[in-house]
Design a protein around this ligand. Structure first.
Ligand code: GLC
Length: 786
């Protein structure tokens, strides 16, 4: 293709720059206080200001018609009743809640949002809100020299997006994901600003193609859309954790995943027959490599017709699923949205007859080319269609399947635009809109249909859904994998900031294809990538047709041994990780966190893209280059212990760390806890014994909430779960551990051991005030029975 050559930058190729010519919205004409805020009549329409909570305020303006308070399906929150003061002065209007102050300058309209201490969070200066005659809307804000920007969902590049310009338009990108590759599959029009250690958030609830520009202007940024209203929320923070809590109060949090979904997953495009799948499962079992899930990619279907099996390749799917489940392995099939155009195919017939497919306004069904050839696309904006699609999953649940993999749901179409005709109309519950407006919602709404359908049919069991595309709020239904990466070291590096920013965008359950999807992987890369995968929230090895196999044993024994060790470590860490997932469910806090999230006052963490935290006390600093056995590691405030050697490292410093191929550098903060279970083949095996590791060091207030429930049902919603809140005080050779049980659930484990690391002399340990004596002492470790 000529576009792939230098022809792309031929002088005659210069794309026409769109006439942006934004109009300012003018001045205030009238002010009116409302129950939750105010309506400010401007020269360009009504600006509505609504307090959702004292710490969350929404701004809405439609310059082209009536301003509506209707929201996108990203939103699950309704405004609470908030106490606030309103003052209408000559030059400005003030609205003040306990946490936020909104100042509206009257002529021209300029907004400033400040926190309770008067610190400005967001300010419009020379430029404010605008619109143009192509129905585009835009908001300009000041940018402080100290500002750093995070979130934006699934983006390439480094952690901090200052200096970047990003677009939200769900796109299937098989071409290599480069720093300049934008957009990708997800649209999360949200970000967090960190300024001098304090954070605030902004969510732009607009489903059109949106742009976030932190590049064009030196001291300002903007966000805008190709249509729709100006509609955004400001969240006050001030801690990064608070922003996540606030953002996920608006858009929802993850359900607690089934425990099996946080085990190790094996995939390939494709395991092509029942025989191959059985052999694969047996190899894992024979080699004793833990495994919870095997994926069926598109070859399981009859000519890629969803809700079918190719009976020649998969003659007895129910038997296969149940035989594997007996061994603790689940099967997850892929389900794409495209339904093959075939008048003899039941799903197509039902879709046409029920009016379930997306159509042109004139009534013709839209057909696009995907894996099955010409295909129709369910209109997931309609609850009727979602119900139909959800119920179709009976086909899978009847076979014993509990998880589904949604792919190509941007939706991807094999054509120049890569997606559906923008003129296609979506029903949208009686409020029809074009695909141009609702494109970014397709994956989210397919997720809603699939998750809800599976949940209904699984009668109390937790479904697991994996999705490629999504919009803000997708975390309510699905885990996200980051699409078609490649077996490049650069893609391993890139996956860290990408998954961290997904976590900061309310999506804590995410991960890349471990080993890389396209291109040929190799032993060293797969080993280093699996080490990282063991600590990333979603852990799946997946690779593409036509490239090297990359199951754990594919590159010989040397690598297999290390890969196995790290998959085992994942299983050992499950009680700890599962507790972090429960925390994400409770508060939106991500499982995998950038260091800035825990150390927002430490400027060394702001752009740290090659290290991450698991929870609040574990730092992982992987090796992500070939042939390298050393790297610089930054450790923030506190003292840190090398997980493997027990060696101590000082915080607020960079260190040169050695890590041979079998070592993933992991550091635990002194004075904190890690809880581990036993080595096991699958998550189905219960922990008889639990080990609480305490890394001795001065601390007065560390706490970890160990969470346990049955791991498979929704009974936790009715209180059948146990949270053991463990508070630690370590000082002067003394450890005081207080354990408070909350909730009712009989845990799996029969014994719990406390191992204290990092003390050579005697130590006095009390648990809930009772002094304990050690049952074992070796090297620098004391073991106690709890
Ligand atoms: C897409 C997916 C990939 C999958 C393939 C075949 O490329 O991103 O994961 O294996 O389609 O279904």
């Amino acid at each position: 293709m000529l576009e792939d050559t230098s022809f792309a930058i031929h002088p005659g190729q210069k794309k026409q720059v769109k006439n942006r010519n934004f109009n300012d919205i003018g001045k205030v004409i009238k002010f009116e206080q409302t129950a939750n805020g105010a309506t400010v009549q401007t020269e360009s329409g009504d600006l509505k200001i609504v307090f959702y909570r004292a710490d969350i305020v929404r701004f809405v303006l439609n310059p082209f018609g009536d301003t509506t308070l209707a929201s996108s399906p990203a939103l699950i929150a309704e405004p609470e009743s908030v106490d606030f003061l309103a003052e209408d002065a000559d030059e400005d209007i003030l609205l003040q809640s306990a946490k936020l102050t909104v100042q509206i300058k009257k002529n021209p309209v300029r907004l400033t949002v400040s926190d309770q201490d008067g610190n400005v969070l967001i300010r419009e200066a020379a430029k404010g809100m605008g619109y143009n005659h192509s129905n585009e809307v835009i908001c300009f804000k000041e940018m402080d020299v100290a500002d750093h920007f995070y979130g934006f969902g699934e983006k390439t590049g480094f952690l901090d997006k200052r200096g970047e310009k990003m677009t939200m338009w769900n796109t299937d990108v098989y071409a290599p994901h480069n720093p300049e590759t934008d957009p990708l599959y997800q649209s999360i029009p949200y970000f967090m600003t960190l300024r001098n250690g304090s954070a605030h958030g902004l969510f732009f609830d607009n489903t059109f193609k949106t742009t976030f520009d932190f590049k064009t202007e030196k001291d300002g940024y903007s966000f805008g859309a190709e249509g729709g209203q100006i509609d955004y929320y400001v969240m006050s923070g001030p801690e990064p954790k608070d922003v996540l809590e606030q953002y996920t109060a608006l858009t929802g949090r993850i359900p607690i995943p089934p425990k099996w979904a946080i085990g190790y997953h094996q995939s390939r495009y494709s395991y092509e027959s029942e025989q191959e799948v059985r052999e694969l499962a047996n190899t894992f079992l024979e080699k004793g490599i833990p495994l919870d899930v095997i994926y069926l990619d598109i070859h399981y279907m009859n000519e890629y017709r969803v809700f079918t099996f190719d009976r020649a390749r998969f003659p007895k799917p129910a038997q296969l699923v149940s035989d594997l489940k007996e061994k603790g392995i689940r099967v997850i099939p892929i389900v794409d949205p495209g339904v093959k155009e075939d008048p003899e195919y039941k799903i197509y017939q039902e879709g046409v007859q029920g009016g379930h497919f997306c159509k042109y306004i004139e009534g013709k069904i839209y057909l696009g080319d995907v894996w099955p050839g010409n295909s129709a696309f369910p209109d997931f904006t309609s609850s009727r269609v979602r119900k139909w699609w959800g119920e179709k999953h009976e086909f899978y649940t009847n076979l014993g399947i509990e998880g589904i993999w949604n792919d190509m749901n941007e939706p991807a179409v094999f054509n120049e635009t890569k997606t559906m005709d923008l003129k296609v109309i979506h029903e949208n519950e009686g409020d029809p809109k074009t695909h141009r407006e609702l494109h970014n919602l397709y994956g989210l709404m397919m997720g809603k249909a699939t998750y809800t359908g599976m949940k209904n049919q699984l009668e109390g069991l937790r479904p697991f859904l994996l999705t490629r595309a999504g919009f803000a709020g997708v975390q309510r239904y699905a885990a996200v994998w980051t699409g078609d990466n490649r077996s490049f070291w650069e893609h391993l590096q890139l996956s860290l900031p990408m998954v961290m920013n997904l976590g900061l965008s309310g999506i804590p359950f995410a991960g890349p294809d471990v080993g890389g999807f396209a291109h040929d992987s190799n032993g060293e890369l797969l080993t280093r990538w699996t080490q990282v995968g063991a600590f990333t929230p979603y852990f799946r090895n997946h690779s593409a047709i036509g490239f090297a196999r990359q199951e754990p044993w594919s590159f010989g024994e040397k690598y297999e041994k290390i890969i196995k060790k790290y998959i085992e470590i994942r299983y050992q860490w499950l009680p700890h990780l599962y507790s972090l997932f429960a925390e994400a469910h409770r508060s939106g806090t991500p499982v995998m966190r950038p260091l800035m999230f825990e150390y927002p006052h430490d400027a060394n963490t702001y752009q740290l893209s090659d290290q991450f935290m698991v929870g609040d006390n574990v730092i992982v600093a992987p090796i992500m280059q070939p042939g390298i056995e050393h790297r610089a590691v930054y450790l923030p405030e506190g003292q840190w212990i090398d997980y493997w050697t027990g060696e101590e490292w000082a915080g607020e410093q960079h260190h040169l760390i050695k890590a041979e191929l079998d070592v993933l550098p992991v550091f635990i903060k002194k004075g904190s806890l890690v809880v581990q279970g036993e080595l096991k083949q699958t998550t189905e095996m219960k922990d008889e014994k639990l080990t609480v590791h305490l890394y001795y060091g001065d601390c007065t207030d560390y706490s970890f909430k160990l969470y346990q429930d049955d791991g498979i049902s929704f009974d936790y919603e009715n209180g059948k779960c146990l949270t053991k809140e463990m508070n630690v005080i370590c000082q002067d050779g003394k450890v005081d551990l207080t354990i408070t049980d909350r909730g009712k659930f009989q845990p799996d484990w029969k014994t719990v051991e406390l191992v204290i690391h990092g003390v050579c002399d005697n130590i006095s340990v009390s648990v809930n005030g009772i002094v304990k004596s050690a049952i074992k002492k070796n090297e620098q470790m004391f073991t106690f029975q709890l």
